[in-house]
Design a protein around this ligand. Structure first.
Ligand SMILES: Cc1ncc(C[n+]2csc(CCOP(=O)(O)OP(=O)(O)O)c2C)c(N)n1
Length: 388
């Protein structure tokens, strides 16, 4: 295996010391080393991977030096546009070193959302004309590839990718862990909100542990999974899936269970929710200030005022809770007010869209399972549920 220190120090020795990206579990150890050893102006956890390419481009314009963009291969979709229309030789010709975690590599078992992306990971690089190396797990062999990558970006001014398989980097334990004093766990918060829902309500939950915890709650309660769309991939788009449903099903309440990292990833979508203004829409953000599902790297979630952002965008109401008691009382306000004034089947007051931020601590149960239904089964069950 490669030591994260060796990897990053080799880059630094060649004047590469700017990093931006969205964390990935396969890059957890290397991201932790970067966090501990690179100042926060030169290590920016970006809103999304495309934004990280933008940051590396800006850094290059200001310094003439090359930035590294780190990400999971799921983020390839987000970088295609800036690669094609910003960094490409036929446009501005800006060198960037990409570090891509290869989930779903063919032949290696992985979750369903990684299978297709795993198959097309290197093909997408080929189509974009980006040279790459799959990093060898032996340090000596890897060093040659790292030097090749450095030569490509520093001397040939190319975009070059290092593709990282599972178990490539040695363990590195993060020293600078950001702490908060929140006490409510995300799982408890999810259970509390799910318990307050009406039997006809549907949920669109975001990628990562939020969907896994919701799935386990339904199983523990002996309930079916048909009312939950567990968005296993497509990070940042859960609110728009929920909006698409909410607009067509005005007689049901539609909840989006979002994460702070996912909300920030495509925050512009909040403005579209506000503008379309579905009365039956509740956007719950379980805000732990972290990309908890891939290693707990910080987001800006707890530094920004999500309820104020929602209200400024045009949501009709916004709440924040960090204890189970406050959460329960907000939920009964949402439920009672909406249902009391309902003259038809449609919800009237307080009018949605509503934003509910639940500030929670980081971490999860070590024995947390994964959905046992396939994405197709999940989709079909939900579509049947919505037909009634
Ligand atoms: C486009 C894209 N980039 C990165 C990932 C990898 N990823 C999966 S879950 C996750 C973190 C989600 O964080 P948040 O929404 O705050 O929820 P939490 O895990 O903290 O509950 C990331 C980065 C992904 N699935 N898709």
């Amino acid at each position: 295996m490669i030591s994260p220190k060796f990897f990053i120090e080799t880059l630094k020795a060649h004047d590469i010391n700017f990093f931006a990206g969205v964390p990935d579990s396969l890059l957890k150890n290397v991201c932790a080393y970067i966090t501990d050893n690179i100042d926060s102006r030169h290590n920016i956890i970006a809103a999304n991977e495309g934004a990280a390419v933008g940051l590396a481009a800006g850094y290059h314009l200001a310094t003439g030096k090359v930035g590294v963009v780190y990400m999971q291969n799921s983020g390839e979709g987000n970088i295609i546009n800036p690669l094609a229309s910003l960094t490409d030789k036929e446009v501005y010709n800006i060198p960037v070193l990409l570090l891509i975690g290869w989930r779903g590599r063919p032949g290696v078992h992985d979750e369903p959302q990684h299978v297709k992306q795993g198959k097309v990971t290197t093909g997408l690089l080929n189509v974009m004309g980006i040279n790459y190396e799959v990093l060898n797990k032996e340090e000596e062999k890897a060093e040659k590839q790292i030097l090749k990558a450095i030569d490509a970006v520093n001397n040939k001014h190319e975009v070059f990718a290092l593709v990282i398989e599972k178990d490539t980097f040695d363990t590195y334990k993060l020293q600078n862990v950001e702490k908060n004093d929140l006490t409510l766990s995300r799982e408890e918060a999810i259970q509390t909100v799910a318990a307050a829902m009406d039997g006809r309500d549907a949920v669109v939950s975001t990628t990562g542990m939020i969907s896994r915890e919701l799935f386990e709650y339904r199983a523990a309660m002996g309930q079916g999974h048909e009312r939950d769309f567990l968005t296993v991939g497509s990070m940042g788009h859960a609110s728009q899936i929920a909006l698409g449903i909410a607009l067509e099903k005005p007689d049901r309440r539609i909840w989006c269970f979002d994460g702070d990292g996912a909300t920030v990833m495509h925050m512009g979508s909040m403005a579209i929710v506000a503008d379309k203004a579905p009365k039956n829409f509740v956007h719950v953000v379980f805000n732990n200030g972290a990309h908890d599902s891939v290693g707990g790297q910080p987001t800006v979630g707890l530094k920004i005022n999500l309820p104020a952002i929602a209200l400024a965008a045009g949501y009709k109401a916004a709440f924040s809770a960090e204890t189970r008691e406050t959460l329960n009382s907000i939920l009964s306000t949402i439920n009672s007010q909406q249902l009391n004034n309902s003259t038809t089947q449609q919800f009237n007051s307080p009018e949605g869209p509503i934003l509910l931020e639940v500030r929670v601590k980081k971490g999860n149960r070590p024995d947390l399972g994964r959905p046992t239904t396939t994405p197709i089964q999940n989709k079909e069950a939900l579509m049947n549920f919505l037909k009634d």
